[in-house]
Write a protein that binds this ligand. Sequence first.
Ligand SMILES: [Zn+2]
Length: 103
Amino acid sequence: MDIDTLSKGVGLFSVALSALKQAINHLPDSSHKADAEAAYEQAYRELKIAEAEVANKLKYEICRMHFPPEIMLSKDNKIWICPNCNNKKDKTVFAKSSVSRPS
Ligand SMILES: [Zn+2]
């Protein structure tokens, strides 16, 4: 499966899942609602993992400080920040360390 197809599939799954969440929110409180919420939470975790896989293929950085993983964002493709926990990855540090090899 190519990345465009995978990306679209994940996008559609995300839309379907948020519609499901709204439907669950309108259910009256009951054990059935709790079951539906548990199923939703599991599907949401699967979605976050699929999103992270797509993002990884698109060369985004992934925050691994928590699970499910979060896609990190960057304005300059150097400093990457996790919108969930504010974890920072400085790609320039890795770039510099890879240049200075022992001779
Ligand atoms: Zn994070």
